[in-house]
Ligand binder design. Structure first.
Ligand code: ADP
Length: 258
């Protein structure tokens, strides 16, 4: 069986406006393995969100191909779930009604799916808040609720576009650790866009560095950290952490100067 859930081959994309063409992606190729946690870093405006939109099939590439492999071996397109910087919880709905929104609009409110939603709420410490409204929860709890809303639809790939950047630093550390662990325990494939190098190193199995716009793949770095547990603090205290940080920093700072 193909070990890759996703293979991008020579992807190009440009935006077209009245003032001309804006090339965003140029000849992007990389593979993503089933169950892998991939982080993508690159200078601001280089094309990271564009790339994620292409993977989510919200945009069609101008050139190149994407080969998808459904984890169950079928030819169906794998299901993607999106998580963004803002949680977009609906303030007038309870947490339960928010996390089951996707099930409601796709008419999938089966007993099995509702039981799964309740299990996720319970596993991730939100069950006792299920009848509260988003305004009564902390930023970190809201992001966990947003992740559960995505997970109840059972996606094969999670696309995370700077999902922690609206949180304060301390909350960001703990929520990124929580969410990283949830993704790992559910065995999902994840692609995280972040501008925070420490976050990329502490969460990902592999980091892809993109060049300035139009983005090309500058470097791929596999991450292997010696750590006693999966907390963000343990990752940041690993002996290899600074080596990876310096490597990514050098690549990116060179990119900003060029
Ligand atoms: P990143 O996520 O790396 O910050 P984006 O993928 O959002 O970058 O954008 C890449 C480039 O494409 C940016 O220079 C941005 O200004 C441009 N861009 C993004 N969306 C549009 C659009 N709808 N029309 C024209 N240009 C766009």
């Amino acid at each position: 069986m193909n070990p890759y859930i996703l293979q991008l081959q020579n992807i190009t994309y440009s935006y077209h406006s009245l003032t001309g063409e804006i090339p965003a992606l140029s000849d992007i190729s990389f593979d993503v393995k089933q169950g892998e946690f991939l982080a993508i870093v690159g200078p601001s405006g280089c094309g990271k969100s564009t790339l994620l939109s292409i993977i989510a099939r919200l945009l069609s590439p101008e050139g190149g191909t994407i080969v998808f492999q459904n984890p169950n071996g079928s030819l169906e397109y794998p299901k993607t779930g999106y998580m963004l910087q803002h949680d977009h919880l609906l303030e007038w709905r309870t947490i339960f009604k928010n996390v089951t929104l996707g099930l409601e609009v796709t008419h999938q409110e089966t007993v099995e799916n509702i039981t799964y939603a309740n299990k996720l709420l319970s596993d991730y410490d939100l069950y006792k808040f299920k009848d509260k409204h988003p305004g009564e929860l902390s930023g970190g709890m809201r992001q966990r609720a947003a992740l559960i809303r995505t997970l109840v639809l059972n996606p094969d790939i999670l696309l995370l576009d700077e999902p922690f950047s609206a949180l304060d630093y301390q909350t960001r550390l703990s929520v990124s650790g929580d969410i990283g662990n949830i993704i790992r325990t559910t065995g999902k494939t994840a692609i995280l866009i972040t501008h925070d190098l420490s976050e990329a190193i502490s969460l990902a199995d592999r980091v892809i560095i993109l060049s300035a716009r139009p983005a090309t793949v500058k470097k791929e770095v596999s991450i292997h950290l010696t750590k006693p547990d999966d907390t963000p603090l343990a990752a940041r205290s690993a002996p290899e952490f600074h080596h990876y940080f310096n490597l990514l920093w050098k690549e990116l700072s060179h990119e900003k100067k060029s």
